[in-house]
Design a protein around this ligand. Structure first.
Ligand SMILES: C[S@@+](CC[C@H](N)C(=O)[O-])C[C@H]1O[C@@H](n2cnc3c(N)ncnc32)[C@H](O)[C@@H]1O
Length: 262
């Protein structure tokens, strides 16, 4: 991965900060307020008791990581995925954690220091304009990509940077399909406290993400989780010759693990 090994966890690299506009400034302000207590409060996200840790595990498993792999965690926040990734890649692997919010990255940096990890680089950047290092083995984004209006572009940029057979995995929330109106509205009323979701509901980013995954990657699987309130989208770099992508979400089943890379 170009230059990735040269970064050290002691500093947060700023990337294209001058391109941050009013929408991103608002988002940064929102997450600055959440950052300090995020690791605790996110356990209530989107509702108390939600199987977030199980879903994170499924997402990391779907990356099919091996020792020494190079991984990008897009919109990594405070680095809640890092322990799971570190366990799989070991000290010879490398993680680049990218996030727009300085305060979230500052929390991630504490995590690095507390765990003595020296193989993680933190980059403050908008996912939409982030230049992925070439030849990465895996890219992950959890509970974040739906907040990025240019999510389809992010999928495309990441797919272009993946090594042969490299994996792209997105875990995020969605509105359940075919759900009676009142439970959906009840859920929205609860979640509204944690996030601004009106724009999200209209934009339906999980559809754009799914379409982009099918367009840019091979061997794509789209799996609904937790009664259709979340989805796991996974695919492999198209530089390989994967089978025809399947269309639509699979319901209820756990996602399969990544196919082995060449
Ligand atoms: C709900 S948190 C999820 C954090 C982490 N991925 C996790 O699973 O805990 C959403 C994160 O996305 C980041 N984010 C939102 N829009 C972004 C963008 N355009 N580029 C990079 N990061 C972004 C926020 O700063 C925040 O840290």
């Amino acid at each position: 991965m170009a230059d990735a090994g040269a970064h050290r966890a002691t500093a947060i690299e700023e990337h294209a900060a001058s391109q941050i506009g009013p929408a991103q400034e608002h988002l940064i302000e929102t997450y600055r307020k959440k950052a300090k207590h995020y690791d605790i409060t996110c356990r209530l996200y989107p509702v108390p008791g939600y199987p977030q840790r199980t879903q994170r595990l499924q997402a990391v498993q779907a990356l099919g990581l091996r020792p020494g792999d190079r991984v990008v965690d897009i919109a990594c926040g405070t680095g809640l995925n890092f322990p799971l990734i570190e366990q799989a890649i070991g000290p010879n692997g490398h993680i680049v954690g990218v996030d727009l919010t300085d305060a979230m990255l500052a929390q991630a940096q504490h995590r690095l220091q507390n765990n003595g990890w020296s193989n993680i680089s933190l980059v403050q950047a908008d996912a939409a304009s982030f230049h992925f290092p070439t030849g990465v083995d895996a890219i992950l984004s959890t509970y974040a990509l739906c907040q990025v209006p240019e999510c389809a572009d992010v999928i495309a940029h990441g797919a272009a940077a993946l090594s042969h057979g490299g994996r792209w995995v997105v875990l995020d929330l969605k509105l359940p399909d075919n759900t009676p109106r009142w439970p959906t509205q009840l859920g929205i009323a609860i979640v509204r406290h944690f996030a601004s979701i009106d724009e999200w509901m209209v934009r339906r980013p999980w559809e754009a993400i799914s379409a982009a995954m099918r367009k840019e990657l091979a061997d794509v699987s789209l799996t609904e989780l937790a009664f259709g309130t979340a989805f796991l989208a996974a695919g492999s770099s198209v530089s390989g010759t994967g089978p025809e992508p399947r269309i639509g979400f699979e319901r209820g089943s756990a996602p399969r693990e990544a196919a082995s890379r060449a």
